[in-house]
Write a protein that binds this ligand. Structure first.
Ligand SMILES: Cc1ncc(C[n+]2csc(CCOP(=O)(O)OP(=O)(O)O)c2C)c(N)n1
Length: 342
């Protein structure tokens, strides 16, 4: 079984400042949006309403939210097959994302990509990616472009602990450190690689792989949005100062299955205990942020009202998706090449 123990060590030189109440409230709202979107997708996947597979981000919301809150629209991110949270955290439009996942022509990629390919270049979202580890080199290339053009732009590569075993990870650690690229590696260590506990396929500490390339690395509690926001603050600032890449390993837990309907794949087998999932539910990043906000003087009723407003936004996105026209098969061979417009 996967271990839920983790050590928290420092590596970046200065932790960023703590988020104040106003900032924490904004982080909470973004996490709520991701959670409520994912819950609605879970229900629609179960009802058979979605044309493709979905990999949900429930339990990991603090990571995308805390990191992207340190970025501008002109900064870039690359994402994974579990990419809805990254898209929303970086400012992607919930309606266009929902329509994309429903396979509608109003989707952010005209319904041609689906869940694993949500992208919006205008927001610096270079794309979710069905290829595990597929984002490393894209983010490294973006950071290289920023360096060549002397622009103060930063690229962030989000990836899982499973992806850290891909060879391209080492190539990108090497070249980004050598060339001092404005890049932040964010490893979301959620304890699993599909149906295998990561301890069975990953040796040593992932953060040590970055340290071997002289990249400052830190291991943080990925369910603590303030900790993520602080670590990202320093990593992004370091990149903007031209001092090169940083590495953040955010420890978390994948609450949902690897993908919705994973039971069909497992055919009765199982790879983790319910008690383990329940133990991690007690560390829910949203509950923790809500408690913290109340401790800072926020009224529970106001937070509930916020949740309700977010829920309405989600329902509005679903309605938009449902009422949109299906994707146009005639476009299948369009949009394949850079600059080609439908
Ligand atoms: C190159 C490649 N190999 C294998 C797969 C099959 N696959 C899809 S998701 C996944 C697990 C990825 O684990 P991790 O990177 O930890 O991300 P998580 O699912 O935990 O978010 C695998 C092996 C793939 N999509 N691409």
């Amino acid at each position: 079984m996967a271990t839920s123990q983790h050590s928290v060590t420092s590596g970046l030189e200065r932790p960023g400042e703590e988020p104040d109440r106003e900032r924490l409230l904004a982080l909470f709202e973004r996490m709520l949006l991701i959670r409520r979107m994912e819950e609605r997708l879970r229900a629609d996947a179960a009802a058979g309403n979605l044309p493709g597979a979905v990999h949900l981000y429930i339990g990991q919301e603090a990571i995308a939210t805390g990191v992207c809150a340190q970025l501008q629209d002109s900064d870039w991110i690359t994402s994974t097959h579990r990419g809805h949270g990254h898209f929303l955290a970086k400012g992607g439009d919930p309606r266009a994302m929902m329509a994309e996942i429903w396979g509608k022509r109003t989707g952010i990629c005209k319904g041609m990509g689906g869940s694993m390919h949500v992208a919006d270049f205008s927001k610096g979202i270079l794309g979710a990616n069905g290829i595990v580890g597929g984002g490393f080199a894209i983010a490294t290339g973006a950071a290289f472009a920023a360096k060549l053009t002397h622009e103060q732009r930063v690229a962030v590569a989000f990836f899982g602990d499973g992806a850290s075993n891909q060879g391209v990870f080492m190539e990108c650690l090497n070249v980004s450190s050598l060339w001092k690229l404005p890049l932040v590696f964010v490893c979301e260590h959620n304890q699993f690689c599909e149906f295998t506990p990561s301890a069975q396929v990953t040796s040593g500490e992932i953060a040590d792989r970055a340290r071997a390339f002289k990249i400052p690395a830190t291991v943080i509690d990925g369910n603590d949005v303030a900790a993520v926001w602080q670590a990202a603050s320093e990593a992004v600032a370091r990149a903007r100062r031209g001092e090169g890449p940083s590495f953040i390993e955010a420890r978390t837990y994948r609450i949902q299955g690897h993908l919705e309907a994973e039971d069909l794949f497992l055919a009765g087998g199982k790879y983790r205990d319910k008690q383990e999932i329940d133990a991690w539910r007690l560390k829910d990043p949203l509950d923790r942020t809500r408690e913290r906000l109340v401790g800072l003087g926020a009224r529970a009723a106001d937070l509930e009202a916020l949740d309700k407003r977010v829920g309405e936004r989600v329902e509005e996105a679903v309605k938009f998706a449902q009422e949109s026209e299906p994707a146009d098969p005639e476009l299948a061979f369009d949009l394949m090449f850079c600059g080609q417009k439908a």
